[in-house]
Design a protein around this ligand. Sequence first.
Ligand SMILES: Cc1cc2nc3c(=O)[nH]c(=O)nc-3n(C[C@H](O)[C@H](O)[C@H](O)COP(=O)(O)O)c2cc1C
Length: 325
Amino acid sequence: MADLSTDFVGLKLRNPVIVSSSGLTDSVEKIRKLEEAGAGAVVLKSLFEEQILHEAGNLSRQSDYPEADDYIRHYTRTNSLDAYLDLIEGAVSATGIPVMASINCISDSEWYDFALKIEEAGAYALELNVYFLPADRNAGSLNYEKLYLDIAEKVRSRVSIPVIMKLGQNFTNLINLVDLLYHRGINGVVLFNRFYSPDININELKMTTSEVFSSPTDLRYSLRWVAIVSSIIEQVDIAASTGVHDGKALIKQLLAGAKAVQVCSAIYKQGPSHITAMLGELSKWMKEKNFGSIGDFRGKMNYANIPDPQVYERSQFMKYFSSRH
Ligand SMILES: Cc1cc2nc3c(=O)[nH]c(=O)nc-3n(C[C@H](O)[C@H](O)[C@H](O)COP(=O)(O)O)c2cc1C
């Protein structure tokens, strides 16, 4: 029996399949089912920075009215921050797999103090789902990247659990950004997040939502960058994300150098038992190839280890087509 265990940001995972932050991980009951199906770890549904700031604002106002104690007690029992901390505690005590919390951040304002409460509630790690839509014509790309770095620094100064940053794919120099994050104490990155995108209904002239779920071909967005970043910045662990829909995609990302993968759309579509199928495919492949552990092949096909690393640099189709047609 192949050993599927892996280390991710210092956590020992029984296998490399992490269920991504989403509605799949918003209750203890659902997380138990994911554990039963074989999940190596889960990332809880994101708590939004706006929720933290909103409730923190409410609480500081309440201190002016001590007579409202009953209300405050009721309020803090039912508010979403307490509910989130309860979810962490409940999931940690009901399961044996690492439970990571997630905060969706859109600024570097005061929300990060809440990170300590997340650590105290027992979260194994904290994932920061960061995204700033760069829509200011006067702000250069460095202004935006500095926000990622400031967040990393501030959160790192508050907690001692591993901190992971979940990134989008649109950076001018991802390698440099990951290196700068490493120097601010970030332990791992998720490459990449997949965001909500607007669409237009041309018949009704209305805004709609584009496809919510990824497709297997979306794997191509992250494979190259997992292979390149993992070989250049070995100190930061990578969880590959977007388009991991089956065991083959899982194997590809491990070969490219990921320490783990995150799965979301495939589990929404096929249910938790799909994790069991993916792990079965991985075990079977490892047996066929004579690999006893993930370490035997992880990164074997990354940017540093293949004889022709230029294939990861190639981005224009011209050469490909001219050599074949
Ligand atoms: C319905 C839905 C809800 C999601 N909610 C969150 C969330 O709360 N926080 C987060 O970081 N990502 C969220 N995501 C993004 C996923 O975690 C994941 O990064 C993305 O779907 C790409 O992975 P996939 O190709 O396996 O679906 C959500 C995705 C979906 C489809």
